[in-house]
Every structure is written in structure tokens, then in C-alpha cells.
Design a protein around this ligand. Structure first.
Ligand code: ATP
Length: 310
């Protein structure tokens, strides 16, 4: 064990994300797709505490339904801890406590946030001190969305979403998120998109070119202009998510006719994200959606990536 390790538990907070733009390119031979996305980290947080233990164990609780979250080595947070230990030669273990706010299988990268939080927490707890470049490299091995959860803020993701570059962003964007207990499986949503494109022979024309984030999206983020961003929100997975969950169309319609600047399915869904013009407008929209029996949460972005908070 390194002399720099700490005996007190380490607490790390990591954010969920919304893809304000997601263009999906063609399917590669290994089944993955080339993407171009603009990520925004938002104020639904995963809080993770790491403490010394003999083996690798964890527990999960939270304000969302966590019954579908595994607490064994299928969990991305435990896999992150094991990966860091293996890469650094650390010989002890860890116990992780995760308190989730990000909906499970909701298209907001909750598992990825947990993995990023576990990397940061174990690195501090164990004193392995691998540095941010190595943390990023390990994050990319765990999953395409994990590097962004480490970094937070606003960023452009290319490749599989894990090759990040900076995006200038100003101001604050207010969101109302309609969450859903019945999650959607990301691979299933991609499968629905592939089938749709095959049926319509779309794999050749638009999907063949290298995906890129629209300049108008970058401009709206740079200006901190919610109305401008609302005009250019795009998610290529939205139609596929709607084909698997047709009820989301009514949610989108209700939000858009009740004061939202625009609505979009978040990532692979089923979370629906509405952009509001102010915190007050967001609160009003939340009340309308709540009254309609939906589970609507307030969030804002951009917020920082995984960081030690105690
Ligand atoms: P994506 O990053 O693919 O958009 P998501 O946000 O839709 O993911 P997650 O909540 O991250 O969905 O997890 C999807 C599935 O991964 C869950 O149904 C669960 O079985 C598994 N899983 C593994 N580790 C975790 C974790 N730490 N938290 C939540 N789910 C996890």
C-alpha cells in the first residue's frame, strides 16, 4: 500500500449527462457505431463513498429505483475499482457505497458516472495517484461515456463518444427531466436503429459519412443561449427509442405544448429532457408534468465531472 493512502473514507460526486446532439454513424464490423455527440453534465448526481476493505464489495441505494442494479462484478463501479487495482498493482480491496440520483438504464450515463466516481475515489483512497491522463485512459476502457463523466462540463465526443475535445460553454441551461422506472437497454435501442436503417436502405447515404456535431450547436453552447440550442437539439437514437416506447411521444408533446423550448429523448432513453428558458419556467413545467402523473425532476448544466467532496 502506498504511504499516501488515506484511512478515512473518500466521497466522490459524479454527474449524469444529456446528449444535446447525437449523430450516429454507420455500424462497424464489431457492432459499434461511430458517433459525434455534444455532452452536457447535469445536476443529477451519483454520490460514491469508498473505504478500505479486504475484498471488492458494494451497496447501492438512492432516490431512483435501484432494484435492477447489480452489486457484483457486473457493476461498472466495481469493475473500475478492480481495473485501477490491477493496473497499479494495488493489493488491497475496497467497499463502495453508491447513492444514485441518475435513473437506471435511463440514457443519462448513471453507470458510467459510478465508474468515473470509483476511479477517482479509489485513486485517492489508495494513494495510487495515477494522474488525470491515466484515469482518462482507464475510463475509456470501461465504457464510452466514462471519460465524459470524469471530465464533466460540456464536451464533444467522437469515435465511440470517448474521444473528447473541449467545447466552450457559457451560462446555465435549465432542464426538466421526465424519468421512467422501466429502463431501455442501450444495445436494444441501437439494434432498433440498425433495423430501421436497413429497412430504409439508409446505411449507405447519410450514415456512411463521418459524423460531426453541427456548428450551430457549438455556437448555441458558446453563447449560453437556450432558445438557440432548442432549435438545434438532435438525437439520432430518438426515433429508435420511440419505436420501442411509443408512450414517450405523448410525453414529448405534452412538455413542448406546456412551455418547454424543446424536448429530446436523452441518449438511448427513456428519459425525456425538456429545455426551459429559465429556472422559473422549468419549475412551472415540472408542475404541469407532475400534475399529469409524470415523474419530472429539475436539473441544470453544465456542472463539473467526478470530484472528491469529502
Ligand atoms: P448508457 O450509458 O448506456 O446510456 P444508461 O444511463 O442508459 O446507460 P445505466 O443506468 O448506466 O444506463 O446502466 C444500464 C445497465 O447497466 C443497468 O440496467 C444495469 O444492469 C447495468 N449496470 C452496471 N453497473 C451499473 C451501475 N453502477 N449503475 C447502474 N446500472 C449499472
Amino acid at each position: 500500500m502506498s504511504i499516501a493512502s488515506t484511512s478515512t473514507p473518500v466521497r466522490v460526486r459524479a454527474p449524469g449527462k444529456i446528449n444535446v446532439f447525437l449523430e450516429v454513424g454507420c455500424r462497424e464490423d464489431d457492432g459499434y457505431h461511430q458517433l459525434a455527440t455534444a455532452f452536457q453534465a447535469v445536476s443529477l448526481y451519483e454520490d460514491l463513498t469508498a473505504e478500505h476493505a479486504v475484498g471488492f464489495t458494494m451497496a447501492v441505494s438512492g432516490s431512483v429505483d435501484v432494484s435492477a442494479v447489480p452489486v457484483d462484478d457486473r457493476n461498472l463501479a466495481l469493475r473500475a475499482a478492480r481495473l485501477l487495482a490491477a493496473e497499479t498493482g494495488y493489493r488491497g480491496g475496497v467497499h463502495l457505497e453508491v447513492v444514485k440520483q441518475v435513473p437506471v438504464a435511463g440514457g443519462m450515463g448513471g453507470g458510467s458516472a459510478d465508474a468515473a466516481a470509483a476511479l477517482v475515489a479509489c485513486d485517492a483512497l489508495w494513494g495510487t495517484d495515477v494522474g488525470s491522463q491515466e484515469l482518462h485512459r482507464l475510463a475509456a476502457r470501461l465504457g464510452a461515456d466514462v471519460p465524459f463523466a470524469l471530465r464533466g462540463g460540456t464536451a464533444i465526443g467522437t469515435g465511440r463518444g470517448d474521444e473528447l475535445s473541449a467545447a466552450l460553454a457559457r451560462g446555465r441551461f435549465d432542464w426538466v427531466l421526465v424519468v421512467n422506472e422501466d429502463g431501455l437497454s442501450t444495445p436494444e435501442v441501437y439494434g432498433a436503429l440498425d433495423r430501421h436503417r436497413e429497412r430504409h436502405h439508409l446505411d449507405i447515404a447519410p450514415a456512411r459519412k463521418t459524423p460531426a456535431v453541427d456548428a450551430a450547436v457549438l455556437q448555441a453552447l458558446r453563447a449560453g443561449d437556450a432558445a438557440m440550442l432548442a432549435e438545434v437539439l438532435r438525437n439520432d437514437l430518438q426515433a429508435a427509442a420511440l419505436s420501442l416506447r411509443p408512450d414517450l411521444a405523448a410525453t414529448l408533446e405534452l412538455g413542448e405544448s406546456s412551455g418547454a423550448l424543446a424536448g429530446i429523448v436523452s441518449g438511448s432513453g427513456p428519459t425525456v429532457a425538456f429545455l426551459a428558458e429559465s429556472p422559473e419556467a422549468a419549475a412551472e413545467l415540472q408542475a404541469v408534468l407532475d400534475a399529469a402523473g409524470l415523474d419530472a425532476l429539475l436539473a441544470h448544466g453544465p456542472v463539473p465531472g467526478a470530484r472528491v467532496i469529502g
